[in-house]
Structures are given as structure tokens and as C-alpha cells.
Design a protein around this ligand. Structure first.
Ligand SMILES: Cc1cc2nc3c(=O)[nH]c(=O)nc-3n(C[C@H](O)[C@H](O)[C@H](O)COP(=O)(O)OP(=O)(O)OC[C@H]3O[C@@H](n4cnc5c(N)ncnc54)[C@H](O)[C@@H]3O)c2cc1C
Ligand SMILES: *[C@@H]1O[C@H](CO)[C@@H](O)[C@H](O)[C@H]1NC(C)=O
Ligand SMILES: *[C@@H]1O[C@H](CO)[C@@H](O)[C@H](O)[C@H]1NC(C)=O
Length: 531
């Protein structure tokens, strides 16, 4: 992702931390002792409640609050802050947090990795408690049984690292950014380089431990198949708090291969190549995943649109080259573009945020990779290849949203063979590829936020005729509040964004929500509404 501007933003925002802390103060002081008493009442004797619960005046409050905010768009003076942060170390602690938050009549936000595009895991427009799962991140791998148990506050990097630490023949199909939390990610689907071969993270979940709104702690058997279905793709923050996932590991060979093509200008063959990629990439063998990235280089007014292709292959370089020479010779991939490694090395190398010389231990660093500057993203799914003529028109509009980019992931393979109803994630058979529109800007441009948000919107609006319709589909893990938010209109009003994320599965999610959280405790601007 070289085109992303990597900017040092943290110190800039640190200035404001004391200002925003004041916002939560009123609630904090008044109710602090009530909340602490409730927590100690609901946790085992000798629990260090003062370590578990941070009120706004606690020295660590700001550090923990800011630590995993991934989108600096939501760090600004006066941004909403939680009345309390609680950092549970067990399911019982999570239950105490739920019971006591409800008891105080406060709202709740749950955070695992903090990567939510719209910050819904750590901001709310009503007084709230933040349940931050940063201390719940044990990963236990059982190579012989081909499975693992991962607590939801673990990051993908931690999960991948500990899998590779225990076995060289297993991996797991999930996202490409190692700092993502498995709590939110698996809840919304979770896709990456292994998805054409093995499906989503959510397709590979065997069991889970969930704390429900009524405080009950349940596993798959106790929660029943409806709730177990809903938590595997129905979006985080809706049905309960996932404390731990049991996952099925997938086989990986001892050598995998990554490649990156040279950048190609759209007006110099790039358009042709991209046109072909649309038709070929979704039909390739499942072992091969080729992402296209479209971006702008040059300076404003003298810029040009380019494309590059990044591939991941479950096999050696020579096997890859023979597959490509038969299926996609136009791509021009040669030995020099390829790099053979273990699966775990490829996880690190696929992401540009990690440098060549770094050892795989960097995958354990939760703060290693930060997106540069505030950002806004939107998503689409494409079911019919877009013509060359239309592509050229798209590049023109795209030039306007400088310095944004589009990331396009091919579907097909396993994704075609899993039914649309198997999990809440419905974007399966018939999808050629997904698009993520992404624009980020410097924090110094905060005043221009509207302009930057509008740029993405314009491109998205222009794309309407070329992408999926009725509904125009979106990926819930690329959360986008422009699609609509919950209001007084209830279910009817939420249908638009709900069906965009879940198509026909939205209705089933609403029914399940009514059963497991009838008081709508787990609510946000875009939570599944009650029936
Ligand atoms: C830089 C970057 C790269 C990304 N790359 C990919 C990618 O390769 N593939 C992909 O599929 N997605 C990708 N995403 C999107 C990512 O999958 C989602 O943002 C995901 O929801 C993040 O999970 P989290 O735990 O980090 O986020 P959080 O912000 O902590 O949570 C997201 C949502 O889930 C809820 N939630 C969190 N934990 C729990 C829990 N334990 N139980 C119930 N609800 C919970 C939150 O309340 C919130 O609503 C990327 C995002 C970023 C910022
Ligand atoms: C596994 O992790 C431990 C602890 O970090 C480390 O000492 C050991 O060398 C690792 N083993 C392998 C095979 O990576
Ligand atoms: C929702 O829409 C249905 C069908 O259009 C209608 O009958 C119902 O009254 C609407 N409900 C609300 C709360 O607006």
C-alpha cells in the first residue's frame, strides 16, 4: 500500500486528550463508586477492581482509550469519551461489565482491535462504558486437532504468529492487516489472501463463547444455532460480546509465493490488463489470489492513474509461473516479481506496512501498523465485468479524489460454493470482485474533511450503474454510515443499509436480535434493529 501517506499523527492528537476527557467527567464522578461496587460484587473475591475499571481520572485512561483508535478521523477535541473503560480478563469480568453497565443505565461499546471504519467500537452519542478486550487475547493452538481457540481481543497478527509457532502446515483465512482484532473482524466475515481457497474467517468457526445482554455466558450448544449463525458475519456489536472463538485451521504448503507486478499506467496498457483481470481473476484456480490496486501517482493536476497486481499463491514459484503462463500470460509475471517463503513470512510481506528486514515477531506488535491520517472508505461488489470505455470514464472521476485508491479483491473459488444463507455474509456466487474505495488525508486538513468525504462520495455515486444493484451491496466490515443509520423509523429505516450488507439475511438477523437482545442493549448508529 505504498500510496498511503504515512504521517505521524499521534502526537498531534495527544494535545487534545485532556480536553476530551472532561466530556466523560460528569457521569464518571457521580457514578464511579456505584459502578465499582457493582463490578466487585459480580467478580470473584480479590479481583483488582481498580485495575479492571478506569474512570476518566485514572492515569491509564487516556492511553488505553487512544491506543487502538485506528481512524484518526475520530480523534478530535471534544470527541466523545467513555464514562468508564473496563478491560476484562475473563468471561466473568465481561459479564460483570454488561450487568453493571445496564444497571447504571449507560450504553455500551465493545472494542477488540479498534479498526471499525466509523469508530463505532469506541464512540457513542449517549453516555457509555467502553469494554476494551485488549487483555483477553490468549491464543491456544491444537495442531493435531487442526484447530485453535483465540480470545477476541487478540489481533490477526497474534493469531497468525501463534499458529505458525506451533505448526508449519496450518494457516487461517482472514484479513491482510495484522493489527485487526479478531473480535470485530470475524463478527463481520473477514477476508484475505486465503479466501478464494477456504472462504471467510467466519466460514471457519466451530464454536464461540458469548456473553449475552442478559449476562448469560453461552457456548455454541447453549446459544443455539440461530445466534451462532448471526455472530458469524452479522456484524460486531449486535448480539452479545464474543469472548473466544474456536476456529478450524486450514492446510498450507511449506512454500507459498507472493508476487507484485510493475505499476502500469492506465493509458499505457493498464486499462486493457485490468479489463482482463476482471474476467480472469475470479475464475483462476482456488490456490491463486490476485488483488488489483488502482491509485494515483504524480502531483495534483499532473497526476495519472495506475494499477498494480499483488498475488498470493499456495505453492512454489515455478508452479505459479506455469499456472499464470497458461491462464493469464498478459500479466507478464516473471521470476523476478516472485518471492517464495513460508506462509507466515508471506503474511508479513503481503502488507506494505511491514519492512523487509523485520522478523515475524513484529506481527505481535498491536501498534505496529497505523493507517496514515483520517480516512473514509466505501465498498461495492461487481457482478459483471465493466467495459473498457466505462473504465476510462471511471479513471477520469477517480483522478478527482486524489490521493485515494481502490483495492479490488477477486471472489470465486470457495466463495462460489458456499450458499448465500450459510452465514449472514451474502456476497457469494456471482460476485466477480469487491471494490474498496479509500481516501485518506493529512490531519492538518481536518478543516477540509467535508471536501475529502465528498470526493469518495462522488466516485461512489458515479460507480452506481457499474456495480451490484437491488440492493447495491456493501461489506459490513467496511462500515459506512453514509448508507444510513438507525433512527426513529425503526426496522423500515434501517432496511436500506441492512440489506446492503446482508441482503435477504437482514430479516433473519432482525428476528434473532429480537430474541437475544429484546431491550436493544447492544445498540449503535448501525446495529441490527429490533423487529
Ligand atoms: C487498516 C485496515 C485494514 C483492514 N483490512 C481488512 C482485510 O484485509 N479484510 C477484511 O475483511 N477487513 C479488513 N478491515 C476491516 C476490518 O475487518 C473491520 O474493521 C473489523 O470489524 C475490525 O475488527 P476490530 O476488532 O479490529 O474492530 P473494532 O473496532 O474493535 O470492532 C468492530 C465492530 O465489532 C464490534 N466488536 C468488537 N469486538 C467484539 C466482540 N468481541 N464481540 C462482539 N462485537 C465486537 C465493535 O463494537 C464494532 O461494532 C481492515 C480495516 C482496517 C482499518
Ligand atoms: C515459539 O515461541 C516461543 C516464545 O516466543 C519461542 O521461544 C520459540 O522459539 C518459538 N518457536 C518456533 C518454532 O517458532
Ligand atoms: C414499515 O413498512 C411497512 C410496509 O411498507 C408498513 O406497513 C409499516 O407501517 C411501516 N412501519 C413503520 C414503523 O413505519
Amino acid at each position: 500500500m505504498s500510496p498511503i501517506l504515512l504521517l505521524a499523527v499521534s502526537s498531534f492528537f495527544f494535545l487534545f486528550s485532556s480536553v476530551s476527557a472532561a466530556a466523560g467527567l460528569g457521569v464518571g464522578l457521580v457514578r464511579s463508586s456505584t459502578f465499582l461496587n457493582c463490578i466487585s460484587h459480580h467478580t470473584p473475591p480479590l479481583t483488582h477492581v481498580n485495575k479492571l475499571v478506569l474512570s476518566v481520572l485514572a492515569p491509564k485512561y487516556q492511553n488505553i482509550f487512544q491506543a487502538s483508535i485506528q481512524n484518526p478521523r475520530f480523534k478530535f477535541p471534544g470527541a466523545p469519551t467513555p464514562a468508564f473503560i473496563i478491560t476484562p480478563e475473563s468471561a466473568v469480568h465481561v459479564r460483570a461489565a454488561v450487568v453493571c453497565t445496564k444497571g447504571l443505565g449507560l450504553a455500551v461499546r465493545v472494542r477488540s482491535g479498534g479498526h471499525d471504519y466509523e469508530g463505532l467500537s469506541y464512540r457513542a452519542n449517549e453516555p457509555f462504558v467502553l469494554i476494551d478486550l485488549v487483555n483477553l487475547r490468549k491464543v491456544r493452538v491444537f495442531p493435531k486437532r487442526g484447530m485453535a481457540k483465540v480470545q477476541s481481543g487478540a489481533t490477526l497478527g497474534e493469531l497468525y504468529y501463534w499458529i505458525a509457532n506451533r505448526t508449519k502446515t496450518h494457516g487461517f483465512p482472514a484479513g491482510t492487516c495484522p493489527t485487526i482484532g479478531v473480535g470485530g473482524h470475524f463478527s463481520g466475515g473477514g477476508k484475505g489472501t486465503l479466501t478464494r481457497k477456504y472462504g471467510l474467517a467466519a466460514d471457519n468457526i466451530l464454536d464461540a463463547i458469548v456473553v449475552k445482554a442478559d449476562g448469560e455466558i453461552v457456548n455454541r450448544e447453549a446459544m443455539g444455532e440461530d445466534l451462532f449463525w448471526a455472530i458469524r458475519g452479522g456484524g460486531g456489536g449486535n448480539f452479545g460480546i464474543v469472548v473466544e472463538w474456536t476456529i478450524k485451521l486450514v492446510p498450507v504448503p511449506s512454500k507459498v509465493t507472493l508476487f507484485s507486478t510493475d505499476e502500469i499506467e492506465m493509458y499505457d496498457g493498464g486499462t486493457d490488463l485490468f479489463y482482463k483481470w476482471q474476467k480472469i481473476a475470479p475464475m483462476l484456480v482456488d490456490d491463486l489470489f490476485i488483488r488489483a490496486t488502482i491509485y494515483i501517482t504524480g502531483i495534483e493536476y499532473l497526476s495519472t492513474v495506475k494499477v498494480s497486481f499483488n498475488g498470493f499463491f499456495l505453492g512454489t514459484t515455478s508452479e505459479l509461473l506455469s499456472v499464470l503462463s497458461a491462464a493469464f500470460p498478459e500479466l507478464g509475471v516473471m521470476q523476478k516479481h516472485c518471492r517464495e517463503s513460508s506462509w507466515i513470512e508471506s503474511v508479513k510481506a503481503f502488507n506494505d506496512g511491514y519492512k523487509e528486514g523485520e522478523t515475524i515477531e513484529v506481527l505481535l506488535d498491536r501498534n505496529h501498523y497505523k493507517t496514515g491520517g483520517p480516512f473514509k472508505a466505501k465498498s461495492d461488489f461487481v457482478t459483471q465485468a465493466i467495459s473498457r470505455k466505462r473504465l476510462k470514464a471511471i479513471w477520469q472521476v477517480f483522478l478527482d479524489i486524489y490521493p485515494g485508491m481502490m483495492i479490488l479483491d477477486p471472489y470465486g473459488g470457495m466463495m462460489d460454493r458456499i450458499s448465500e444463507f450459510e452465514t449472514p455474509f451474502p456476497h457469494r456466487k456471482g460476485t466477480l470482485y469487491s471494490i474498496q474505495y479509500y481516501n485518506n488525508w493529512s490531519p492538518m486538513e481536518a478543516a477540509d474533511e467535508k471536501k475529502n468525504l465528498n470526493r469518495v462520495k462522488r466516485l461512489y455515486n458515479f460507480m452506481g450503474p457499474f456495480v451490484s444493484k437491488n440492493p447495491r451491496a456493501s461489506y459490513v466490515n467496511y462500515r459506512d454510515l453514509d448508507l444510513g443509520v438507525n433512527g426513529n423509523g425503526g426496522y423500515n429505516e434501517s432496511k436500506r443499509w441492512g440489506e446492503s450488507y446482508f441482503k435477504g439475511n437482514f430479516e433473519r438477523l432482525v428476528k434473532i436480535k429480537g430474541k437475544v437482545d429484546p431491550e436493544n442493549f447492544f445498540r449503535s448508529e448501525q446495529s441490527i434493529p429490533l423487529p
